[in-house]
Design a protein around this ligand. Structure first.
Ligand code: ADP
Ligand SMILES: Cc1ncc(COP(=O)(O)OP(=O)(O)O)c(N)n1
Length: 274
């Protein structure tokens, strides 16, 4: 006789990366590795591989709303992450549905530009991101260019990064993580965390690799998975950082461009290779 197991559920609202390294593919792999049941609502399909983005095909807005309604009617997520939201109209509709279903534990990854340079969010959508998504965010996770775009602050120093974190907190996010992958190129990489009271830097060794495709998606998905499992927010940030560090350290050798990080390293590599 089969036995049913209770599991926590996480939802990604994001774009598809046909190459499998970023977007919903990265999110679902991360959810699975961290032991939560993964669900996905697609905003757009990208034709993408390790060399870049070759095409973007949005899902009709009715399709976005229908997917969210299906989840809301049957499967309440314990946590959500948003990734590529494509345009201001999609942002508004997504925020409306999250509020309608009173979903909590929302991680907002304000994806704007892929590493290869492709634009994944229209410029008109910046204001919508601030108005509709930041107030819903338990954690917002901009990289440096995204934090600059959202705040208008040129982040060329630690002080400027702290100032940007304050502005994003004031805009409504409970916790702000300004990621440091694009902040200098020294021996260490640090992410700045601000919870409205204290600023903390989470620092790890910078790994010299070209295989960093999907780092941001994977990090925010790990945050959502850990929130879904019921961890305290501060603890989710620490463990998501360890998850992404291990995934970058053991990057996968596929494709000829910026290869993906290794989503299964966190669970398997320490046992098999150390
Ligand atoms: N070369 C690297 N070595 C170690 N950690 C990295 C490296 N590049 C990025 N990270 C980490 O990966 C996560 C995503 O960072 P970042 O590259 O800034 O975001 P994005 O992928 O959204 O541009 C952060 O936790 C960051 O510190
Ligand atoms: C469909 C899709 N969504 C998001 C991204 C950006 O992913 P990110 O983790 O920031 O990694 P890079 O693409 O910047 O390497 C994407 N590429 N595709």
């Amino acid at each position: 006789m089969g036995k049913l197991i209770k599991v926590s559920k996480a939802l990604t609202i994001a774009g598809s990366d046909s190459g499998g390294g970023a977007g919903i593919q990265a999110d679902l792999k991360t959810f699975q590795e961290l032991g939560v049941y993964g669900m996905s609502v697609l905003t757009a399909v990208t034709a993408q591989n390790t060399t870049g983005v070759q095409g973007i095909f949005p899902v009709p807005i009715e399709g976005l709303e229908a997917q969210l309604a299906s989840i809301g009617a049957d499967l309440t997520p314990d946590a959500i992450k948003t990734g590529m939201l494509f345009s201001s109209e999609y942002i508004e509709r997504t925020a409306y549905m999250i509020k309608k279903f009173q979903w909590e534990n929302v991680v907002v990854d304000p994806v704007m530009i892929a590493k290869g340079g492709a634009t994944l969010l229209g410029e008109d959508a910046l204001q919508a991101m601030k108005t509709y998504m930041l107030p819903l965010a338990k954690i917002v996770t901009p990289n440096i260019p995204e934090a600059e775009a959202l705040t208008g602050i040129k982040i060329d120093s630690s002080e400027a990064r702290e100032e940007a974190a304050r502005v994003l907190y004031e805009a409504g996010a409970d916790h702000v993580v300004v990621k440091g992958g694009h902040f200098g190129n020294g021996e260490y990489v640090s992410d700045l965390v601000f919870n409205g009271i204290e600023m903390v830097e989470l620092t790890e060794k910078r790994i010299q690799t070209k295989n960093t495709h999907g780092t941001g998606c994977t990090f925010s998905a790990a945050l959502a998975a850990e929130l879904a499992s019921g961890k305290k927010t501060e603890n989710t940030i620490v463990s998501a950082k360890k998850y992404i560090q291990t995934a970058i350290e053991h990057g996968i050798d596929v494709g000829s461009g910026h290869g993906p990080v290794n989503h299964f390293a966190y669970r398997r590599v320490p046992h098999e290779q150390y």
